[in-house]
Design a protein around this ligand. Structure first.
Ligand SMILES: Nc1nc2c(c(=O)[nH]1)N[C@H]1C(S)=C(S)[C@@H](COP(=O)(O)OP(=O)(O)OC[C@H]3O[C@@H](n4cnc5c(N)ncnc54)[C@H](O)[C@@H]3O)O[C@H]1N2
Ligand code: MOO
Length: 419
């Protein structure tokens, strides 16, 4: 039996060592939002493919307006128009202009666009056959968007590892990457263990409680980007737990249980992992979440979280979320850490490292402060629901005095965020 409580960093490194980015699949660009690309994406055309107008107005030769001024209008003949989807095929000669819409290709010969608002129509309706006057010069390139402004044909517009944003999905579409290569979503199996547990739709009888952990863990796995599979509730019965875990192991990339991980008479999880596979650790210097078993069962990573709801959720955050993200191809596993002044003294009566549920905010002076939840009882989920950070208290018996600065892990911000 491994009695040793290992540091969290070591536990996380062991978990990460036993998962790898999954196989590469294709997704529509928009469906890949939030995911890192598995391969570079290059554009097949110049973006944009042609020089075009940035304004609704008149395309002309800048030289024709060189001498134009408030009292010296330059008057040009409108020889064509470019409405959406209609391209002027001729060439704009000296003394001529073409009425043009935003985004329409610049006609040959024209090198500037003047917006409608400052153009006077002298004769006609402003379309072909009209005469229009300009009372200011327009430099070459004015209101013209050059071809290839965003990228040239063949250039990589998004590199492998970059996370697709909504704007990025649009960029990929413009680049002809209607489908992109990303990692397959890991299938995460979740099982709740405990004879006392009942489905959330049931009113618990005496001694029973509703299964809260599976909802919290399924939700957290979804948020991390996994596909989830719920294995139900297994009673504290060795055979039932073994059956349920082995069932999930067959169809999942990662299996998570909660409950039955400690030293109680009915805590079978570690023994199961040892019997059916290999245990890599079974105690972490972490509160909440000391009793966490990690191992391999039939070569599938298996994480047995503590049953106490806050312990299960914090254990997921610290170990399962990084694993899911690694399988999806992310390379950043650290949530941003902010240092904030504690508003109340934080006591410590156990040696292990604490992550207290807390909230960071700014005081009237704009300084970062952090307030811990009143109760850090591992049974409470509401305190975690309301927390935006986990306030870290290092190993040892020293807590924080009021006014001390403490590192706060921002669980509300994505890994790698700059704060
Ligand atoms: N003698 C010892 N007892 C305990 C120790 C210890 O070191 N020595 N550690 C305590 C700590 S800390 C934790 S955390 C828990 C871990 O226990 P288990 O993982 O074995 O969890 P259970 O005993 O099954 O349950 C603990 C607690 O959580 C409730 N629970 C369990 N599953 C769910 C669920 N799906 N939804 C809601 N609530 C759940 C369960 O009813 C218990 O109240 O062990 C301590 N004891
Ligand atoms: O490790 Mo337990 O998580 O203190 O509640």
């Amino acid at each position: 039996m491994l009695e040793k409580m290992i540091p969290l960093e070591e536990a996380r490194a062991i978990v990460l060592d036993h998962v790898a980015p999954l196989d590469v699949v294709s997704h529509p660009a928009w469906r890949a939002v939030g995911l890192p690309l598995a391969e570079d994406a290059a554009t097949d055309i110049d973006l944009s493919p042609f020089a075009n107008s940035a304004m609704d107005g008149y395309a002309l030769r800048s030289a024709d307006l060189a001498a134009a001024g408030p009292d010296a209008p330059a008057v040009l003949d409108v020889v064509g128009h470019e409405a959406a989807g209609h391209v002027f095929e001729g060439t704009v000669e000296a003394g001529q202009t073409v009425r043009i819409m935003t985004g329409a290709p610049m006609p040959d010969g024209a090198d500037a666009v003047v917006k409608y608002e400052v153009v006077e129509v002298l004769e006609g309706d402003g379309n072909e056959g009209s005469r229009v006057a300009f009372r200011a010069a327009a430099p070459v390139g004015d209101n013209v968007r050059a071809a290839g402004l965003e990228a040239h044909a063949g250039e990589v517009v998004m590199h492998a590892g970059e996370v697709v944003t909504a704007a990025g999905a649009g960029l990929l579409a413009s680049a002809g990457c209607s489908s992109v290569r990303v990692r397959r979503q890991p299938v995460v199996g979740v099982l709740s263990i405990g004879t006392e547990l009942v489905d959330p739709a049931t009113v618990p009888a005496r001694g029973q409680i509703r299964d809260a952990n599976s909802s919290a863990i399924l939700a957290a796995a979804l948020q991390a980007g996994a596909e989830v599979r719920f294995g139900g509730i297994a009673p504290d019965d060795e055979a039932a737990i073994t059956r349920a875990v082995l069932g999930l192991v067959e169809t999942c990339d990662f299996v998570i249980t909660s409950g039955g991980a400690s030293a109680g008479d009915y805590d079978y999880v570690t023994a199961l992992a040892r019997r059916e596979g290999e245990v890599l650790f079974d105690r972490i210097s972490l509160r909440p979440g000391k009793a966490i078993t990690f191992g391999l069962i039939r070569d599938v990573p298996f994480l047995g979280l503590s049953g106490n709801p806050a312990a299960a959720s914090v254990g997921f955050e610290m170990l399962a979320r990084p694993a899911i993200r690694k399988m999806l191809g992310y390379t950043s596993f650290e949530r941003p850490v902010q240092r904030a002044r504690v508003l109340h003294a934080v006591e410590k009566r156990q040696e292990r490292r604490f992550y207290d549920r807390a909230s960071v905010s700014r005081d009237e002076a704009g300084e970062l402060v952090v307030r811990s939840a009143k109760s850090q009882n591992s049974a409470l989920l509401g305190t975690l629901h309301h927390a935006n950070c986990l306030l870290m208290v290092p190993e040892g018996l020293v807590g924080y005095d009021e006014g001390d600065e403490a590192p706060c892990v921002r669980i509300d911000l994505p890994e790698g965020s700059v704060i």
